[in-house]
Design a protein around this ligand. Sequence first.
Ligand code: FES
Length: 75
Amino acid sequence: MARVVRIEPTSPYKIEPGTLPADKAVFICQCGLSQKMPFCDGRHKIARTEEPGKLYVYDKEATRVVETRPDAGTP
Ligand code: FES
């Protein structure tokens, strides 16, 4: 399973020292579906049903799959 995501920013997201809680975990999005990048907003849950060997394309708001294709990158 993999997905195509739309990423529009062209510069890094700056996190100033001391702006994150020192005593609390912070989760960074790895699925690419968060609407609060770079932080996880829980949207990864929609990807739980993705099947191996398929490439998923989500709508702009990452709320639903609009297309699936065979994943050519799958070994
Ligand atoms: S890992 Fe991407 S929204 Fe949680």
